[in-house]
Write a protein that binds this ligand. Sequence first.
Ligand SMILES: Nc1ncnc2c1ncn2[C@@H]1O[C@H](COP(=O)(O)OP(=O)(O)OP(=O)(O)O)[C@@H](O)[C@H]1O
Ligand SMILES: [Mg+2]
Length: 251
Amino acid sequence: MNVKPDFSKNANVAATAPAYFSVWDLEAYYGESYIVQGVSFNVHEGEILALLGRNGAGKTSTLRAIARLDDPQVTHGEIWLDHQPLHLMRAHEASKLGIGLVPEDRRIIPGLTVEENIKLAQIAPPIGWSLSRIYELFPRLGERRLQEGVTLSGGEQQMLAIARALARDIKVLLLDEPYEGLAPVIVDEIEKTLRVIKEQGITTIIVEQNAVRALELSDRAVILDTGKIVFDGTAAEVLENESLRAEYLAI
Ligand SMILES: Nc1ncnc2c1ncn2[C@@H]1O[C@H](COP(=O)(O)OP(=O)(O)OP(=O)(O)O)[C@@H](O)[C@H]1O
Ligand SMILES: [Mg+2]
């Protein structure tokens, strides 16, 4: 008798399927310095993950390794996005696949207007949000579209840096200290846009010194300490756990 296997009833298929985005046993060096020391975590599609830890814990290095920048050098581990092996790719390939890194220094290009900064991101595929969709999310950028990008306020420059990432067709947004140096009302404004970006199905990893604000936005959190993960759980757990916060976040 010929009985067809019924895969729909095989619960293990779902249970063992890889996460949407995962970092597994990642190790990375700057020269001889061993910085990222076996980092593993998963991120679900459409989720916001806070990547937290004290100064020098390795947060920026982890984001840079994910974006496949040359420094730090990844010597071990795997990074997967939607079944694609990022760890085998170079930075331009990771960008093409949908990794959008917004670095701490924002990298607004001098001599170019707001709009030219955004358009430059769309010079090659995969092209993401249109200018009108970007200006709908960031009306301030629309109002200032002909202003030179570097003359924007700090908050507006952060918006432009995020806008430039959205101008490409990204799957995962990596934010390195997006709230740094910004007044609480501007943080509110940026937080609101990050919630809209989440509603569009984009997955976000946010690194922030302002851990409470990041945790209020995030679904889950991982905490790094000297290059190793010391906590992986919900954002609410961190907000409620005073000793964890005191030990690793100094808040
Ligand atoms: N280019 C580099 N060359 C050598 N060491 C580096 C380099 N960049 C960072 N490091 C070192 O790697 C460690 C982790 O740095 P990283 O910038 O990833 O930390 P971080 O968690 O982002 O800290 P912060 O909260 O201060 O931004 C630090 O000890 C730092 O001095
Ligand atoms: Mg950093």
